[in-house]
Write a protein that binds this ligand. Sequence first.
Ligand SMILES: C[S@@+](CC[C@H](N)C(=O)[O-])C[C@H]1O[C@@H](n2cnc3c(N)ncnc32)[C@H](O)[C@@H]1O
Length: 472
Amino acid sequence: MATQRKSRPHSRSAPKKSGAPSGKKPSPSERPERPLREDLVLQACLEAYGSVRHEGRMADRALDFTLRRKANLYSNERRAVAERVYGLLRRQRTVDFLLSRAHPRFDSLETSRQDVLRLAASRVLYGEPHGLVARQSALAPPDAQALGALPEAAAALEALPARERFPIAASLPDFLADRFLQTFGRDAARAAEAMNERAPLVARANLLKGDRDALAQRLKAETVDVKPTPLSPMGLVLETRINAFSLESFREGMLELQDEGSQLLGMLVDAPPTRVVDACAGAGGKTLQLAAQMKNRGDLHALDIDERRMEDLKKRARRAGVHNVRAQLIPHEGPEADAALTPLKGKADRVLVDAPCSGTGTFRRKPDARYRLTPEDLEMHVGRQKALLARFATLVKPGGRLIYGTCSVLREENENVVEDFLAKHPEFTVKPVAELLGAELAEKVGPGPFLRLAPHTHGTDGFFGAVLVRAK
Ligand SMILES: C[S@@+](CC[C@H](N)C(=O)[O-])C[C@H]1O[C@@H](n2cnc3c(N)ncnc32)[C@H](O)[C@@H]1O
């Protein structure tokens, strides 16, 4: 079947080993798993999926909420629920298209029956045998037949003209499919395909507490298999799927979970131990990285309009042993916002604007976000990005740097915003990112003055970064 996926959404990420040496505690990836109780797993999937698709909840919250109430599920069953729900959200549009062709009455079935079929069809698309899935999902005969008819429906999808096929095969809303085509051209299908893969679990070593090797040793002692990230010099891929928040090394602040692309964006700041502003600090993912770059010295001003995130940032800073951060809640616009920034005007050596954006670069982790995004939201993001860049540029001192970043892959939120800014602010010029990453890493990251990362080209989430220098 053309749309069949190779990776099974419910399989473990770490390969199973043939048996742990005696006397050694088996790692989670080595323990035998008990068979899934399919009826319980299906019920939990239906609840979580329904709350995302029919009640508009965010997928991570819906799963958290559902699984909290299902204390009777074993850990492999909880993992199966998460993976099946995420798997379906990644393939939602494809699955609906195929089922509406494979099942003569799919569109008129009641919602709960449609959802059972969707979950089952998604599992088949990820490579599970349709007969087994039909039995485990207790499908009625016409629904089971529809699963068997998925290959023909997939052939019908393949036969559509490319422009019509792309949004359905990529499971993207039409307006986003257009944006992907504008941004990636002939690579759009590959880009979207990689966005629909599961993201790796990536940690950043907190260099204030030890380097990457020390963290790797520590994680191995905690029975977590790791490998170094290919691009970021401080990253580790956690190959054992575990709840990283429960690790002792995490509680001791030795690591933060942070995508490799985000780590590279943080590297562009190259923060000296003087005065640095993280203007959209959120819960502090990059703030903590900048604090480590500054070796915990100087003043790191972390600003945001979101009180809850600022509180998270403070907690994380404590855990990470960071004490050069000044977290400040600021008004989001107007004269009060300007007044809050006055003391920092023209004073900062670096200002990072990690702007709010469409999040199109993080669809691997938040596959449901695409169904909430509208063209109007996108326009709103671009307007806000331009306004934030112009406002926070005033904090950069002569000779200082303004770093603009997003987790979007779309040109209109990235290059276009920077070009618009440069046209209105001739005192700023572009510093090519290669000058900050060093020759070897720059070579791997690729050509161009900006950082432009995507799952299909770099294996990271999608990130954009630009470094702009203010004239002396
Ligand atoms: C992409 S998130 C930042 C992520 C964060 N830098 C990290 O690495 O974890 C964008 C942040 O911008 C904040 N924001 C939105 N409007 C803002 C404004 N006018 N001033 C400052 N921050 C703003 C949002 O609250 C959000 O936390």
